[in-house]
Design a protein around this ligand. Structure first.
Ligand code: ADP
Length: 163
């Protein structure tokens, strides 16, 4: 039987409780879930790719069928490389929906054999985003309600504002 593999791609800068919830819900649905930290070298990131991978791995250590990788390749290439049949995206709002529909259309042109699957965010996670975490962190605020413990530890090694 074919192994059912799902790819969950994102910037994850940083990984939040909303992202964590999506992976926890996906894990029982697939044989394997691959979380892909996609790196855009042109974009300044708060956490390095290595910090992101490590903190995500630690956040997901209880889920044996989940692995984390990092890539600077296009999402569909990563999906093909890991033999994923679906790419999963989370939806929080109508704004996400419009953006994600366009993205999914692009993915379909590039890789018609791979499906995009949307999972709705839990209502209580609807306003959690990586950018919110970055903004609050830059202002020296408390982000402990927004991200898992290993991510908070990675953030703590950075000084707010900048580096
Ligand atoms: P991007 O790949 O656009 O940089 P992110 O790394 O922020 O996006 O997020 C990766 C995926 O997780 C996206 O599909 C995004 O919509 C989804 N997502 C982000 N925040 C949440 C949340 N709070 N709950 C559920 N899904 C989310």
């Amino acid at each position: 039987m074919e192994t059912r593999i799902a790819l969950y791609p994102g910037s994850f800068d940083p990984f939040t409780l909303g992202h964590l919830d999506i992976v926890q819900r996906l894990s029982p649905l697939y044989d394997e879930v691959v979380v892909a930290v996609l790196v855009n070298p042109a974009k300044h990131a708060l956490l390095s790719p290595q910090e992101r991978v490590r903190s995500i791995e630690e956040s997901l250590s209880a889920l044996p069928n989940v692995r984390v990788l990092c890539s600077d390749r296009p999402t569909v290439e990563v999906a093909r490389a890991v033999r994923a049949r679906v790419m999963v995206r989370g939806l929080r709002s109508v704004t996400d929906f419009e953006y994600e529909m366009t993205l999914a259309a692009g993915y379909r042109y590039m890789a018609p054999e791979i499906e995009t699957l949307f999972l709705p965010a839990r209502p209580e996670h609807g306003s959690i985003s990586s950018s919110l975490v970055r903004e609050i962190f830059a202002l020296g605020g408390d982000v402990s309600m927004l991200a898992p413990e290993p991510v908070l530890a990675a953030l703590a090694r950075h000084t707010p504002k900048g580096d």
